[in-house]
Every structure is written in C-alpha cells, then in structure tokens.
Design a protein around this ligand. Structure first.
Ligand code: GDP
Ligand code: IMO
Ligand code: MG
Length: 423
C-alpha cells in the first residue's frame, strides 16, 4: 500500500483538519509528520467544534489508529491539555494514539527562546506562534535535541544539560524570564505522556503498509511556509512539502500515493512576510469578516487577499499534487466579481514563475471573473453548482493543470462535495 499525503498549498489554515476528518473513513491510519502545536486544525460536526494542535485529525472517526510521527515536535504540556480536553468530551485517545520515540520534545526553555529571538529581531520579527518551534528544530538539526524516547532513560540528566545551554543563550540575550511554574507543569505532563504508546513509528508504519493497511499523512502549515521553498525567512522551521512526509514518517518516496493539495478560494496569511495579493482595503476586510479569518489557536487576525495562481502552481510543482481540494468557496458567495492572480509583474516584466524573493516590487496581474452571487452553503452535489462557480472551477483547473476533486462550502463535515471526475 501507499501513503496518501494531504498538504496545505498556501500559508496554512487552508482547512486541512476538516478534510482529513472527512477522508478518514477511507483510511486505516492517520499520521502527522511535521510541525507541532504551531498548527491549529479545526473540525466541525454534530454542532461541535474542535481545534487540534498536535493530535492528528483522524481521531474522531471510529477508532482509527493515529500516529504522531518522528518529524513532529511535541510539547508534552500542550499535548496534555489537548488530550485531556478531548477525554473530557468523551474521546479517550490512549488506545488509538501512538507517538514516535523519535519525535523531538519542545522544552519550556524552547518557548522562552522563541520569544527572546523574536524580541531581538524587533521590526524584522517573523511573527511566530510562540510555541518554541524554531528553537526545537534548531536543536534537532544541531544535534542537541531531546526526543520522546529519551523520556525512558536518564531523562533528568539530559534535560538539565539542554536547559543549561538554553539558559546561557538567554543570558547572552539579556532576556528576563521565569519558568518555575511552567517547568513544574511540563514535568507533570511528561508523566501523563508516558501512558501513551511510545513507538518506533517507522517500523510500525512500514509494517502497516506491508500488511495492506492504508495510511493518510496530514500536513501542517502550508507549502509557502516550508523552510526550503517558502517565503524565507518568513517561514516555519520544518519541511511542509510532500517530501517532508518521507522524512517525517520514515517512508520511502516510492511509497507515496495520492497527493492532495488543499487551498482556499482566496488566500490568507498570519504573521509577517510578503503576500503579493494581499488586500489592505474593504475587500480584504470583507473576506476576513465572512471567512472568520482569525487564528484557530492565537486568535490573531489573518491577512486576506485574492488567490495567487503563480504561488499555487509552484506549490503544486514542488509537492507533486495529484488532486486539488478547494475550501471556503462559500466565503465568496456575495462577491460581484472575483480576481485571480495569474502572473507577477517585476520591474515591468511579466513572469509566471515564482521568484527567488517575493519583494515589494511584485505587482500581481489579475484576471477578473464574474461571481456566482448565491448561497452555496447548502449545496449537496456538484450538479447544483451555479454556472459562474462551475466556470471558476474550470478556469482554475485549466490554469493549475490538476483536477479539483473536493469542494468545501462551509466548516461542517457535511458541507463537503466530492466531485465525480476521473483521477
Ligand atoms: P487548518 O489549519 O488548515 O486545519 O485550517 P484552520 O482550522 O486553521 O482554518 C480553517 C477555518 O476555516 C476553520 O475555522 C474551519 O472551521 C473553517 N472552514 C473550513 N472549511 C470551510 C469552508 O468551506 N467554508 C467556511 N466558511 N469555513 C470553512
Ligand atoms: P496550520 O497547520 C498558519 C506561521 C506563523 C509565522 C510562521 C513561523 O494551522 O495551517 P512558527 O511558530 O512555526 O515558528 O511560526 O509560520 N505559522 C502558521 N500560519 N497556519 C499554521 O498552521 C501555522 N504555523 C505556523 O504565523 O508566520
Ligand atoms: Mg490552522
């Protein structure tokens, strides 16, 4: 069997959690392969809303195995808060959720370092989620990290060494902090974590594939936040692209099957960094208001703009997307016209190639299309699509050269339309 991968193609928050939940009945195993609690994946069904941060979005559909893979960075305290809140709402995960021993641990001092580095950058700050993601991946790459498997042997000694190193850096930055209470809660959370299956996930996942089980890998963030291919340095610290699923799970490239690329019918970004199609006017405000574009975890206001097909094509290329999924189509229901950026004008020259640097000198070249101006939130099948919406889909498919397989018209699980198109 192969691993299918679902990836955000923009700057995150495309609706990955919702679609993973919808696709879960087709799979035996759901995995996360990168990122950590910087993610906020929202699911809505039966009138309830859940936001997941470290736990895969496959936990609500009938006892499927969910795995936090080796490429993830895990904060035991935030994990405990998340798992306990799910247990309170009747979802006991201890049997269904496995955690890789090779996943790296976010220590309390990683969170402080994240804040200290951001403060030191001043106006050039990334606008991180403040969860210690960058410092934890930095320690991983510089071979100083602590892993979940380390909890099982001589942990206190390893922890003390890492903490001392972090404290020396914080001192050099003259950064004031107090982690006593946080540290106490963090150590309680470690004991909590130990009741879960801590596994050699690469063996387990490959064993599943060999025995014919199907696996879905759930991406976090989005391709434009990838450490290599995103809008560097305004990116996250992991490989959010498809290849990240190979390293973040221990599966070989020839084991990758379908690649689902998910995007909004428009575009958003949270945090600093370039955004060529950003709308700093009332149109942007309107998208934000109708789309409730505020961070799932931080509550930060998301920047909004038109869809950017130059960036999307780039993401599709780098990820090898086989199927597209368009989200939040309903948010554009009331617009008279809709714009799509098909090229960038840089120094007077038009290009369709995503450039090395997305500078302020980029001028988006737009195509304007008629809006459908009707309520799509109750639509159940593609036969009910208004003509202008079908035309919008046909336009996107022609530009992007990949079929749009699923269309989402509202936040609820039920507001999802699977199109009957050939693969
Ligand atoms: P993720 O990080 O990719 O899982 O996405 P988030 O959960 O951060 O953000 C997506 C937001 O859009 C959530 O509030 C979802 O409930 C909501 N959402 C998802 N799909 C749709 C849709 O088709 N229409 C509308 N209006 N909202 C949606
Ligand atoms: P999901 O999985 C949107 C952004 C932050 C910041 C940059 C670096 O919900 O789509 P980090 O804390 O990772 O060091 O922050 O990345 N960012 C996200 N933006 N959705 C996310 O996750 C994000 N995770 C990180 O806002 O600009
Ligand atoms: Mg999110």
């Amino acid at each position: 069997m192969k691993v299918d991968v679902l990836l955000g193609l923009q700057w995150g928050d495309e609706g990955k959690g919702k679609v993973v939940d919808v696709l879960t009945p087709n799979y035996d195993v759901i995995t996360r392969f990168q990122g950590g609690p910087n993610a906020g994946h929202t699911l809505e069904f039966d009138g309830q809303k859940y936001v997941l941060r470290s736990i895969p979005s496959g936990i609500f559909q009938g006892g499927k195995i969910n795995i936090i893979g080796n490429g993830v960075v895990l904060d035991p305290l935030l994990f405990k808060i998340e798992a306990e809140s799910l247990a309170e709402s009747g979802h006991d995960l201890t049997k269904q959720l496995y955690i890789s021993k090779k996943a790296h641990l976010i220590l309390p001092t990683h969170r402080i370092l994240d804040a200290a580095y951001e403060a030191a950058k001043g106006d050039a700050k990334i606008g991180t989620t403040g969860k210690g993601i960058g410092p934890t991946y930095t320690d991983k790459i510089s071979r100083n990290g602590l892993r979940v498997g380390d909890l099982l042997h001589n942990f206190n000694e390893k922890y003390a060494k890492a903490k001392a190193r972090h404290e020396a850096i914080l001192q050099s930055l003259n950064y004031d902090y107090d982690i006593a209470e946080l540290e106490k809660q963090w150590f309680d959370a470690i004991e909590y974590l130990k009741q879960f299956h801590l596994i050699d996930s690469e063996h387990v996942i490959n064993g599943y594939l060999k025995s014919g089980k199907s696996v879905l890998a759930e991406g976090a963030q989005g391709t434009l936040l990838d450490i290599d291919f995103g809008s560097y340095p305004f990116v996250t610290s992991s490989n959010t692209v498809c290849a990240g699923a190979c390293t973040g799970l221990g599966v070989a490239p020839n084991r990758i099957g379908n690649v689902y690329g998910i995007f909004k019918a428009y575009c958003t970004r949270v945090g600093s960094g370039p955004f060529p199609t950003e709308l700093s006017d009332e149109t942007g405000e309107k998208i934000r208001a109708i789309g409730h574009e505020f961070g799932a975890v931080t509550g930060r206001s998301r920047r909004c703009g038109w869809i950017d097909l130059v960036a999307l094509k780039y993401a599709i290329m780098v990820d090898g997307v086989t199927h597209l999924i368009m989200m939040k189509s309903d948010v554009l229901d009331t617009f008279e016209t809709i714009k799509a950026c098909v090229a960038y004008k840089i120094n007077g020259e038009e290009t369709r190639q995503f450039p090395f640097e997305i500078g302020d000198d980029i001028e988006p070249v737009y195509v304007e299309l008629p809006g459908w101006q009707c309520d799509m939130t109750g639509i159940q099948s593609e036969t009910e699509f208004p003509k202008a919406f079908s035309d919008y889909i046909a336009f996107l498919e022609k530009e992007l050269e990949v079929p749009i397989k699923i269309v989402s018209v509202g936040p609820d699980r039920e507001q999802t339309i699977v199109r009957h198109i050939e693969k």
